[in-house]
Design a protein. Sequence first.
Length: 148
Amino acid sequence: MEEENATPEVQERVRASFERQGLMAHLGARLSHIGPGRVHIVLPSRPEVTQQHGYFHAGATSAIADSAGGYAAFTLFPEDASVLTVEYKVNLLAPAQGEHIEAVGQVLRSGRTLTICQLEVFAIQGTTRSLVAAGQQTLICLHDRPDH
C-alpha cells in the first residue's frame, strides 16, 4: 500500500525542523516518509544506539518515536505554528534488534491546541518487520510561534 505524501511545502518545513534537531543527528536518524498526519523515522543499527545486550536502547527507540509523532502532528499545524510534546508513553513489546528500526507517528485526533498521536516502532531485518514498541502521545500546537 502506497502512502500519501504531504505537500512539498509541508515536507520542506518538516525537513528543515528535523535537521535542526541535534539529538536526531547525533543518533543518525533520518526521515523516511512525510505524509499528512503520518511520519516515519528510520534509525540504522550501530553500537552507539544499542544497550549492553546489543539491542537498540530504549532511549533511542523512544526518542525516534517521540519525534515521529511530533512531526506527524506538525504536518497538520498552521504554517506559523510550532510543536512541543506534552507527554508520551511507550510500551516496549520485544527486544529491538535488526538492521534498523522504524518509528511511525500517526495522528489519531488533531485539535486546535492538543493533538493525540499513535506511536509504533518496528525492527527491520531483511524483509521481516516486527512491532517492538507501541505508545501514545499528546502534543501542543504553539500558535503564532513559527518553528525556526
